[in-house]
Design a protein around this ligand. Structure first.
Ligand SMILES: NC(=O)c1ccc[n+]([C@@H]2O[C@H](COP(=O)([O-])OP(=O)(O)OC[C@H]3O[C@@H](n4cnc5c(N)ncnc54)[C@H](OP(=O)(O)O)[C@@H]3O)[C@@H](O)[C@H]2O)c1
Length: 177
């Protein structure tokens, strides 16, 4: 069974991004890329990514703006009703209930971890379907007041671990089913 992890950074008041999808508040924070809960170490165990349409659009726009190439060599599943332009990257578009596409995601990940990138409602849909195992959150020392929510659901978690990485409080939670 693949472990399924929602791994994300968020503000102290539980937002992934501002209402206009800005992450400027996040990128100005300090983080040790080799420190606790770092992206590279996490990514090394990942076999597939799952993200919603807004997040995918942001990643593509960001890549076009900065000239950064697509960062992922494993399949990326984008959950959407939209028609995105064709891409040479390994991006696979699905829509509808989690149950209708989840087995394809797990098959593509082999025996490796599945990274639920976000947004929050999509992570909630995956939790509702009983597929989410844990959440890794890097809390930045900033409040946004409003924005895209971390997980707009009532969902119990158990706190597994807390570490500091420079400006961030990094917390690991397991899903309580
Ligand atoms: N802080 C971080 O580390 C972090 C991490 C992840 C994301 N983010 C940011 O947070 C924001 C998240 O945006 P968001 O809250 O709008 O979430 P999202 O999951 O990125 O996008 C939501 C959209 O995905 C589509 N969707 C979701 N579930 C679906 C389903 N079952 N079937 C078909 N389509 C489905 C819908 O769009 P359509 O119906 O239009 O297709 C929905 O409006 C973005 O700005 C992203 O860049 C930040």
């Amino acid at each position: 069974m693949n472990r399924v992890t929602y791994y994300t950074a968020c503000s102290l008041d539980g937002f992934l991004a501002t209402e206009d999808d800005s992450l400027d508040w996040l990128f100005r924070q300090r983080i040790d890329e080799d420190g606790p809960m770092n992206h590279g170490a996490f990514m090394a165990g990942v076999g597939a990514l799952v993200m919603g349409a807004t997040t995918y659009g942001w990643v593509v726009d960001h890549g076009e703006r900065t000239g950064e190439p697509w960062a992922y060599t494993v399949p990326t599943w984008v959950v959407t009703h939209r028609q995105f332009p064709p891409t040479e990257n390994d991006v696979r578009f699905v829509s509808g209930s989690v149950d209708s596409w989840w087995s394809d995601v797990t098959a593509s990940a082999g025996d490796r971890e599945i990274w639920v990138v976000g947004g929050g409602d999509l992570a909630g849909q995956i939790a509702d379907a009983g597929q989410l195992d844990r959440m890794l959150v890097q809390y930045a020392p900033v409040t946004l007041g409003a924005g895209r929510p971390l997980l707009p659901r009532l969902q119990d978690f158990a706190l597994v671990d807390v570490v500091r990485n420079q400006d961030f409080v990094c917390a690991e939670y397991s899903v309580v089913r």
